[in-house]
Design a protein around this ligand. Structure first.
Ligand SMILES: Cc1cc2nc3c(=O)[nH]c(=O)nc-3n(C[C@H](O)[C@H](O)[C@H](O)COP(=O)(O)O)c2cc1C
Length: 237
C-alpha cells in the first residue's frame, strides 16, 4: 500500500506536452469519483468538475489558459470549480443526510449537527460586501484575547477555506489519474473570468484551477524534479 502510493506520487509530474490520445470517459468518471472522496471543511463539498474535451468550448478554454503548452497539447481539460456560493445548499444536504442516517450512538448527535449547519456555518459563511467579515474579525480578536478562537472569519479567509478543500480534491484527481496510468498538469496561470464565462458560471462560483490530462509525450516532463531538502521544510517540535 505504502509502496504503491509512493509509486503513484513518483509517477505524477506536471506534464506540458501530451500525446493526442484522449483519456476515456470512464477513466475520467472513475477519477472524479475518487476525487470526491477527498475531505472537505465541514463536509461542505464545495466543488464541481467540468470536463471539456472537444469543440469551440475547448478552443476557448485553451486560449483562456493563456495557450500554455500544458493546455494546448492536452486532449482533456478539467476545470475545478469552488462553489463557494453553494454553502447554504450544502448545509441543507448535510442536514438531510443527518436526518436520514441511523446514528450508531444517537444521543444528541443529530441535534448538534442541526445547530452546526443552521447556526455555526451560516454565521461563518454569511457576509454582505465583506462588512460582516470585518465585524466577525473584530469579534474574534476580542474573544481571542481570553480563549482560543477561530480567526479566519473575514470574507476572503472563508473563501480561502473553500479553495483549500477544493485543492485537496484536485490533488486526489491528479493522483487518481496517475494511478490509472495517465498524466496531468495543474494550472492557475489562467484567465478565471473568461473561464467563468465559457462555462456560464455565476460570480459566486470561483475557478480553483484547470487540470489538463492525457498521456505524456516526449519532452512532456520539463526536467528533473526539484524538491527542497527535508530539513528545510520538516521540523520535529
Ligand atoms: C496550484 C498550482 C498551479 C500551477 N500552475 C501551473 C501553470 O499554470 N502552468 C504550468 O505549466 N504548471 C503549473 N503548475 C505546476 C507546477 O509548476 C509544478 O507542479 C511544479 O513545478 C513541480 O513539478 P512536479 O509537479 O512535476 O513535481 C502548477 C501547480 C500548482 C500546484
Amino acid at each position: 500500500m505504502q509502496d504503491s502510493l509512493r509509486a503513484i506520487l513518483e509517477h505524477r509530474r506536471a506534464i506540458r506536452n501530451y500525446l493526442p490520445e484522449a483519456v476515456p470517459d470512464d477513466v475520467i468518471k472513475r477519477c472524479i469519483e475518487s476525487a470526491i472522496l477527498s475531505p472537505s471543511s465541514s463536509n461542505l463539498q464545495l466543488w464541481e468538475f467540468y470536463h471539456v474535451k472537444t469543440g469551440i468550448k475547448k478552443e476557448a478554454l485553451v486560449k483562456a489558459c493563456m495557450s500554455q503548452p500544458a493546455a494546448k497539447t492536452a486532449p482533456n481539460l478539467i476545470v475545478v470549480v469552488t462553489r463557494h456560493d453553494y454553502w447554504k445548499r450544502r448545509c441543507d444536504a448535510n442536514l438531510d443526510f443527518n436526518k436520514k442516517v441511523a446514528w450508531e450512538e444517537p444521543e444528541d448527535k443529530p441535534i448538534r449537527a442541526e445547530t452546526y449547519f443552521t447556526k455555526t456555518i451560516p454565521t461563518l459563511y454569511f457576509d454582505f460586501l465583506g462588512i460582516f467579515g470585518i465585524l466577525k474579525k473584530i469579534f474574534a480578536f476580542f474573544v481571542g484575547l481570553r480563549r482560543p478562537m477561530f480567526r479566519e472569519v473575514s470574507a476572503g479567509e472563508v473563501l480561502t477555506m473553500s479553495h483549500k478543500s477544493v485543492g485537496l480534491a484536485a490533488q486526489t484527481l491528479m493522483l487518481a489519474l496517475s494511478a490509472e496510468g495517465y498524466d496531468s498538469c495543474p494550472m492557475e496561470g489562467i484567465d478565471s473570468k473568461r473561464i467563468q464565462r465559457i462555462l456560464n458560471l455565476p460570480k459566486g462560483a470561483k475557478i480553483n484551477m484547470v487540470i489538463s490530462c492525457g498521456k505524456r509525450a516526449e519532452g512532456g516532463v520539463y526536467g528533473p524534479r526539484f524538491r527542497l531538502p527535508l530539513e528545510e521544510v520538516f521540523f520535529e517540535v
